[in-house]
Structures are given as C-alpha cells and as structure tokens.
Design a protein. Structure first.
Length: 249
C-alpha cells in the first residue's frame, strides 16, 4: 500500500530501534483497565515493537501496517505469537470492523497520519468507551553524546526539526471532540547499542531522511565518524517513552 511516507528502505534498520519503556506500557494498560484477552488494534505497527509488547501481556492484537517491508519484518518477529494477526491498512483507513476493539494504539505512527482523520477512524473501530493511545520514544537530548549528534545534524540540515512527534498531542485529541480528558505519562528507558548498531539505527530515521534529502547519507556518515571517535564498543542511549491516552466519549 502506497503512503505519503515510504519506509521500505528503512525497514530492516528499524529492527534496531529500542522498545518502549515497560513501565510506561504497564501504566498505560493500568489506566485503560486492560485485561488479558482484550482486543487491541496497533496502527502503524511497523516491525512489531509495540505489537509484541502488547501480545506478551496476553492481549489479542490486530497489527495494521501499510508498508510491505515493515509488515514482513513484523510478521516474522511475531510468528510465534498466535494472538497477533497482521493486515494492510493505514491510520485513516484501518480496514477493521466497527466497534471491534477495546483499545487502539499508535506506536511512533500517529505523526505520519492525518491525525484528525485517524482519530475519527479510531472512534469508528473502538468499542463504546474504548481507549486511544499514541506514543513515541524521545531521545534525551541533554545527554552529551546525543547533544553532539544533534549538533552534527543541525550543521548539515538547516532548520531541522522533529515536527509533530515531539509535540504535546493533547490539543489535537481534544479538538476532535471524540474523546474525554487526555492523560499524558512518560518513563525513562536506557537502550544499549554497539556503535555499528547505533549507526544502522540512524539509517532508519525517517524524519532525518525526509528533511536531509540527498544529504541523508552524508549526515549518517558524519554521525558514524563521531561515534567511532569515542573509541567505545557500546553506548547507552537514554530515551523517554511518552504516551497520550484518552477514552472515547
């Protein structure tokens, strides 16, 4: 399925992205009152980072992903999980039945949707009083290594920014008129990677790829040169998992 943002060339590198914070996911499920056997729709499921975390907690997950390469990786990663099914679809058109799910989640995907349309679609497929959640992992940019990487990026890409993925999502959720009060939560997580894995993960950075254009490979190469100059085998990357949750009104 063709979408505005094509992740085909980033799909394998996406496998090296960190999982979300277990503490944040558990807090989200507690707020939602989720229980084993509940039906979840994970939209923009990608390489199954969130899908797998939900499935191992006993939830039945319909994973919706438009990109063939990303979906193939997700299918492979969840092959041993009988409570996961995969389908082609987008946030605006999931292809799911009306009122079929206890919760609909967007793991690092809400920002690549038309958010207003995605919220309408979410409301359509949720059961009465079901829950919506969107989330992202944000690198903590005050970490010295991450601060230097940011400096390298901004040296190469004029006006570089993260768009809606680092915004407070409350306003757009409230503006839909479809959901009750929004709850925001966050929790930290440390992701350890070898230098090679870290560089490969940067090759999955869709936001950087879109804004850097034909400079993308040279930016990644500059990041690689910097990381190699640290003379470390591995680095610890601090992230914060940010989640916004709301109940269907």
């Amino acid at each position: 399925m063709k979408t505005e943002w094509d992740y085909t060339l980033l799909a394998d590198a996406y496998l090296l992205r960190p999982n979300y914070s277990d503490a944040a996911i558990d807090a989200m499920l507690a707020i939602a009152g989720a229980k084993k056997g509940d039906r979840f729709c994970d939209v923009g499921a990608g390489a199954a980072h969130l899908t797998a975390m939900l499935a191992i907690r006993g939830l039945n997950v319909a994973a919706v992903e438009p990109n063939d390469a990303m979906r193939a990786n997700g299918v492979q990663r969840t092959a041993a999980m009988p409570n996961v099914i995969w389908q082609e679809g987008t946030g605006e058109q999931t292809g799911q039945i009306d009122h079929g799910f206890d919760m609909v989640t967007f793991g690092s995907s809400f920002n690549v949707c038309d958010r207003a349309l995605a919220l309408k679609e979410t409301a359509r497929i949720l059961k009465p009083h079901g829950r919506f959640a969107c989330m992202w992992n944000h690198r903590q940019l005050d970490d010295p290594i991450q601060a230097q990487i940011e400096a390298i990026i901004k040296e190469h890409v004029t006006g570089y920014g993260y768009g809606t993925r680092r915004e407070d999502q409350s306003a757009v959720i409230d503006a839909s008129g479809l959901f009750g009060p929004v709850v925001h939560l966050d929790a930290g997580i440390i992701h350890q990677q070898t230098i090679a894995e870290c560089v490969e993960a940067w090759r999955s950075h869709g936001t950087l790829a879109r804004q850097a254009g034909d400079k993308f490979l040279s930016v990644v190469a500059a990041i690689e040169d910097y990381l190699k100059s640290l003379n470390l085998e591995t680095i610890q990357i601090p992230y914060s998992t940010h989640i916004w949750i709301a109940q269907l009104a």
